[in-house]
Write a new protein. Structure first.
Length: 130
C-alpha cells in the first residue's frame, strides 16, 4: 500500500475512522474500537472543539479503509510513523495531558486500553488542531 503524503490524506483517514465510530454497522464499530484500543502512536486531531484519535498504522496509509487495512498483511507503524513525522513536522511524543484525554475518550467508548504497548512502550501522540 502507498503511504500518505499530505495532511489532507491523513485527515481523510481520520474521518473514515470517525465514520466507522458513528456507523450503525456492528462490524465497522468493532473495527474502530479495536484500532483505538490497540493503538500505540496516535494522531490526536482537534476538530470543531472535539478531539479524535487515529492510530498511525491506520492513518499512515493512503485512502485506508476497513477492507484494505484488514487485507494489508504488511502494515507497520515503523513505516507509517516516519511518513507522518514528515507531514506533521515532528515525531510523536509522550504527553501526559493527551494520554489522559485518550483514556477518557476510551472510557466514553466503553473500552479499557492497556497501560502500555508491547514491551512496555508508552503511547505517543502527534497533535494537530483543525
Amino acid at each position: 500500500m502507498e503511504f500518505v503524503k499530505t495532511w489532507e490524506e491523513i485527515e481523510k483517514n481520520l474521518m473514515t475512522l470517525e465514520g466507522y465510530r458513528n456507523s450503525g454497522h456492528k462490524a465497522e464499530v468493532d473495527f474502530y474500537l479495536q484500532r483505538i484500543e490497540k493503538g500505540i502512536c496516535f494522531v490526536a486531531y482537534e476538530r470543531n472543539g472535539k478531539l479524535i484519535f487515529g492510530p498511525s498504522r491506520f492513518v499512515g496509509y493512503l485512502n485506508n479503509n476497513m477492507t484494505t487495512h484488514s487485507a494489508n498483511a504488511d502494515k507497520d507503524g515503523r513505516e507509517t510513523n516516519p511518513r507522518i513525522n514528515e507531514i506533521i513536522g515532528n515525531p510523536p511524543e509522550e504527553d501526559e495531558e493527551l494520554e489522559e484525554e485518550y483514556k477518557t475518550y476510551c472510557e466514553s467508548l466503553g473500552i479499557t486500553p492497556k497501560n502500555t504497548g508491547p514491551f512496555g512502550v508508552k503511547r505517543k501522540y502527534w497533535y494537530r488542531k483543525g
